[in-house]
Design a protein around this ligand. Structure first.
Ligand SMILES: Nc1ncnc2c1ncn2[C@@H]1O[C@H](COP(=O)(O)OP(=O)(O)OP(=O)(O)O)[C@@H](O)[C@H]1O
Ligand SMILES: [Mg+2]
Length: 1012
């Protein structure tokens, strides 16, 4: 009978970061209802959702002596409670012979793995399930007759980027493109050659799962994969062979799928809106298809006919087809973050869970006489053999077996037939294996497996013992489930650190991005351990080492951009404990924070919530930026990445938060693009894919530039900077005629533009002097017409081919844009007549208090240097050159005009030329610190300048006002321009820019424009 998927939600405690920034709680639960409130609209009624189970694991608990989190109040749901409700049901059904599936959904860090696998003594559903299963098996065995047999086998796989890896078979992990997913005509989709290990005890299972997790960690680190994007499926097959009343052997089979899904960050947040490559990455394909499958299934269950369920669109949904819409009893657990900052994600998780409730599956008991199963397999094999022998696969057979390996529907039929044959052979082999397994006694299979396991288990036990006495490194991973999975010993003597291609093999082998053959070396002399970098980069406690450095207990060590370890020294630790000097065990977050701090990115760390959020983003993004840089260097992509903190004003906004963005710079021609976080993350996945193909030796790893994640079209507009126009003069119906500085996000001057705003008649004719308004309030209810002119730009960056200005005035929804002007001194010749027939109070207030923000956008020149200094220079050399320039805070490659003097890149069309050798050993970190400090200082300076400008505009108007009053009193009805200029020129260095001056501006612009 069809029954609904059961859905549970569980909310976790605040994590340290959330506590630190005093996050507020947005989730509440009462009975089976879960409520979520919008932190931006606290007055609104919280949204409510009803689920089969709502687990409050947020508070009302304490940690017991063994680390187990137990309830202190009635509300807290501990691991046991969750198992009793969900896991026990799965267990009961497994005994009955039903297929069961349990999957965990939720954003990264929401608690999926905690519920599924658990941490330490807080065991999750998977281990408790296994423990209970074997308890049951043992109990059965005690009273079992001769012909009863209970068999448990385990497989563990990961889907990453649409590729399947067998976590219990390390060889498959290195297999290019991963394992194939095939379709069996009756059993559905399965993974070819997936190892299924017989296990005889809970201990066996635990060992196998740890082995799988270790393999996963090594693979994730070596491939610099983002592990939270991987789906992990543990499948336990439970077979009971028992005689029925007539003595016939019956086989009852249950496949239990336990699925820990990838973090569910929504499509919008990873989809990189506006990026030409947004569809390119397969990283989200499985998860977004899962969403589509669930929606389609929900529609079907609501009676919407003709709905196509797109199982075939992703590997995950193929493998979960039964779990989602077929023969399975299915439970979903949705993990929720309690914090306000995750509101959007949490709401989307709740909506997803709500849709999943509607899905129906029909589970049947999988029981058949054992003989019958064997007979069916034999018959099936005979049929397959016949087909293969005659070689006559017809198109009908092809479609009858559709999908059996036919992964690409567009393949031509001969290719498809070939593929088909392979699939049949595989099916044959699998069936044969199954027959063999059925014939073999279970004891034989277990014995074989135990033999295989023995060396692994022994090695693991030895390692555990050695860890107690030998100093070693243990790994830190952003996913806590993958932390402390890899260990490298630093034994007495010398241990070389290098990649797998080094010969002789180094004692400490780590592979992956930017790990060199001779990366470094560790020496251990009587327990005194020192580390030295050779060809590779090593950071100890966040700082790059340049000479042999002592290692102490709990030191953090980073090899290349992403192999992060903690050094553990058992004897030092014991000594510390004796002396009462206990050091905190480092975590991934604290170690990354330290790296970011040393790189100068946490200087501004204030205590405001905004600062803390920014800090978190920096900690998340910095390692990714470093990895992207390392990939660019290895693939010789001639681009460099840098983190940029961009204020809302610099993004052309009036308010909002400072955001972390990433600047990609072409090292050959200095072109720069600023990518938002999502675009960068999306691009980084594609870079990883490309890098992986390169590492695997694929000939076609490099792709045409249109598909290249390291390439950006010079035609893509970049924001050169913004200018702020104070509108107060307009409220007095005074002309505004100014040359304004274009300031980029770093506070750097990027040229100037000249604007004029002239009050006029509705027809655009100039106003008389009488029209001047003493008090702007007089404007309320009256008309205001003015011409907005943007005349030209001067001294824009030299790599700009074209530029234009865009702005929104008052309540405009759409941007008004000028035409494109060419080069670094563009002529915009823009003029627009604005008419406000009846000014409202709000509009007058806007004129008096606000600024109009003009954004200057440009398209860069698509110049690759022809010959000259960069020809034949690879990315690593270009980066090294640039690093030496960072000493004087240059963000762009130093360009020179003639001679030896470094010239301002804004005013120079020069080519990049070799830079003199670096001043003796300037540390990169110091340089980054300086660069960041400058960025922060510039931002402060800009803020102050803006204040001054505002104050200056106000005092200017009040000066004019008093001059007017004075003149009126004296009976005069005109003021000469000269008088006005004399007055304005007098105060604080302000002066209007005379036409004569402007004509000569050109590269002197900065001197001429003193009004800002
Ligand atoms: N119910 C809970 N009680 C206590 N701590 C929890 C709970 N749920 C999660 N945590 C803690 O929150 C952190 C993140 O949880 P977890 O690793 O399970 O997230 P995840 O959803 O699996 O993330 P990812 O998608 O990155 O794998 C862990 O440190 C975990 O110990
Ligand atoms: Mg997890």
């Amino acid at each position: 009978m069809a029954e609904n998927v059961r859905v549970a939600v569980r909310v976790r405690p605040f994590n340290d970061r959330e506590k630190q920034r005093k996050a507020s709680l947005i989730i509440d639960m009462r009975g089976n209802s879960t409520y979520i409130k919008n932190p931006e609209d606290l007055g609104a009624e919280p949204r409510s959702f009803a689920f089969d189970y709502s687990y409050w694991s947020h508070d009302e608990f304490k940690e017991s002596a063994n680390g187990y989190l137990e309830p202190t109040g009635g509300r807290y749901a501990d691991q046991r409670k969750v198992f009793n409700d969900l896991g026990q049901g799965v267990l009961d059904n497994a005994w009955k012979g039903y297929n069961c599936s349990l999957f965990a959904y939720g954003q990264t860090g929401s608690g999926k793995s905690y519920s599924m696998v658990g941490y330490g003594s807080n065991k999750g559903i998977v281990p408790i399930f296994c423990e209970e299963l074997f308890k049951g098996v043992e109990a059965k065995k005690a009273t079992a007759g001769e012909n009863e047999e209970y068999q448990v086998t385990l497989s563990m796989l990961e889907i990453y980027n649409e590729q399947v890896r067998d976590l219990l078979n390390p060889k498959s992990i290195a297999q290019k493109g991963g394992l194939k997913v095939r379709q069996h005509p009756s059993k559905g989709f399965y993974v070819e050659s997936l190892v299924s290990c017989p296990v005889s005890s809970y201990n066996d299972i635990e060992n196998k799962i740890s082995e799988g997790t270790r393999n996963r960690t090594v693979a994730a680190t070596n491939m610099n994969a983002t592990s939270s994007r991987a789906h992990t499926i543990v499948a336990i097959t439970f077979v009971q062979k028992t005689p029925n009343e007539t003595g016939q052997s019956m086989t009852r089979t249950s496949v239990v799928n336990l699925v820990d899904l990838a973090g569910s960050e929504r499509a919008e947040s990873t989809g990189a809106t506006g990026d030409r490559l947004k569809e390119g990455s397969a990283i989200n394909q499985s998860l977004s298809t899962l969403g589509n499958v669930i929606s389609a299934l929900a529609d079907l269950s609501m009676g919407k006919k003709k709905t196509v369920v797109p199982y075939r669109d992703s590997v995950l949904t193929k493998l979960l087809q039964n779990a989602l819409g077929g023969n399975s009893k299915t439970i979903m657990i949705a993990a929720l973050s309690p914090a306000d900052i995750n509101f959007d994600e949490t709401l989307s998780t709740l909506r997803f869970a709500d849709r999943a409730k509607a899905i129906k599956t029909t589970a049947t008991v999988n029981e058949s006489p054992t003989d019958k199963l064997i007979r069916e397999l034999r018959e099936e094999n005979a049929r397959l053999m016949e087909l293969l022998k005659t070689g006559g696969i017809t198109l009908e057979q092809l479609s009858a077996n559709a999908g059996a390996g036919g992964q690409n529907p567009n393949q031509d039929s001969s290719e498809e037939i070939e593929e088909m044959k392979k699939a049949m052979e595989e099916e044959l082999r699998k069936n044969q294996e199954e027959i063999e397994n059925m014939k073999k006694t279970w004891q034989e299979r277990l014995a074989e497996q135990e033999n295989e396991n023995k060396s692994n288990v022994d090695a693991e036990l030895k390692k555990q013992e050695e860890k107690k006495v030998i100093p070693h490194f243990w790994n830190l991973h952003e996913d806590p489930a993958l932390t402390a999975m890899i260990v490298h010993f630093t034994r007495e003597g010398t241990s070389k650190i290098g990649n797998k291609n080094a010969s002789p093999a180094p004692e400490i082998t780590i592979s992956g991005l930017s790990i060199q053959k001779q990366h470094g070396v560790v020496t251990n002399k009587g327990g005194v351990v020192k580390i030295k970098a050779i060809d590779g980069k090593i950071l100890v406690n966040g700082a790059k080492i340049t000479k042999e450095t002592d290692l102490h207990h709990n030191d953090r060590v980073l090899f290349g951009p992403n192999h992060l370890y903690v050094f553990h020294h058992p004897q030092d630790e014991a000594k510390n404990v004796k002396e009462g000097k206990v050091t905190e065990t480092p975590t991934y977050d604290t170690a990354q924070e330290e790296i970011a701090k040393k790189a100068g990115f946490m200087d501004k760390a204030g205590k405001s919530e905004e600062d803390l959020i920014l800090q978190e983003d920096v900690i998340q993004m910095l390692p990714m930026v470093n990895e992207a840089d390392a990939m660019s260097a290895e693939l010789d992509k001639k681009v460099k990445f840098e983190l940029a903190l961009v204020s809302p004003q610099a993004r052309g906004l009036k308010g909002g938060k400072t955001e972390v963005m990433v600047k990609m710079r072409n090292l050959e021609n200095g072109n720069e693009w600023l990518w938002d976080r999502n675009k960068f993350i999306n691009r980084k996945f594609l870079m990883q894919e490309m890098y992986q193909n390169y590492v695997e030796g694929a000939d076609d790893w490099d792709v045409p530039k249109e598909k290249d994640p390291f390439w950006e079209d010079a035609d893509v507009e970049v924001l050169i900077g913004t200018v702020h126009v104070h509108l107060m003069s307009l409220s007095h119906k005074l002309d505004i005629e100014e040359t304004l500085t274009v300031t980029n996000y770093q506070g750097k001057e990027n040229g100037h533009i000249e604007i004029e705003i002239m009050p006029c008649t509705p027809k655009g004719e100039g106003l008389g002097e009488d029209d001047f308004l003493d008090d702007p309030k007089e404007l309320v209810g009256k008309e205001l017409n003015f011409k907005f002119k943007i005349n030209f730009g001067r001294g824009l960056p030299s790599n700009m081919r074209q530029s234009c200005c865009k702005f929104k005035f008052y309540l405009d929804n759409q941007y008004t844009s000028t035409a494109y002007g060419d080069g670094m001194n563009p002529e915009y010749k823009f003029e627009k007549l604005f008419k406000f027939p009846k000014c409202s109070q709000e509009f007058v207030d806007y004129l008096m208090e606000s600024v109009a923000v003009i954004e200057v956008w440009g398209k860069q020149k698509d110049t690759s240097p022809k010959g000259g200094a960069t020809l034949g220079t690879d990315t690593k050399q270009l980066m090294a050159r640039e690093k030496s320039n960072l000493g004087d805070n240059k963000q762009t490659p130093v360009k020179k005009k003639g001679g030896n003097k470094a010239a301002d890149s804004n005013k120079d069309n020069g080519v990049i030329i070799p830079v003199p050798p670096p001043p003796a050993e300037k540390k990169q970190n110091d340089q980054q610190v300086n660069a960041y400090k400058k960025q922060a200082d510039d931002a402060d300076r800009r803020a102050k300048a803006a204040e001054q400008r505002a104050a200056s505009s106000e005092s200017q108007v009040s000066d004019i006002r008093s001059l007017l009053t004075q003149k009126k009193r004296g009976g005069a009805d005109t003021i000469t321009i000269a008088e006005l200029e004399a007055m304005l020129g007098g105060g604080g260095g302000r002066s209007t820019t005379s036409t004569a001056q402007k004509e000569h501006m050109g590269d002197q612009a900065s001197k001429a424009c003193t009004i800002q």
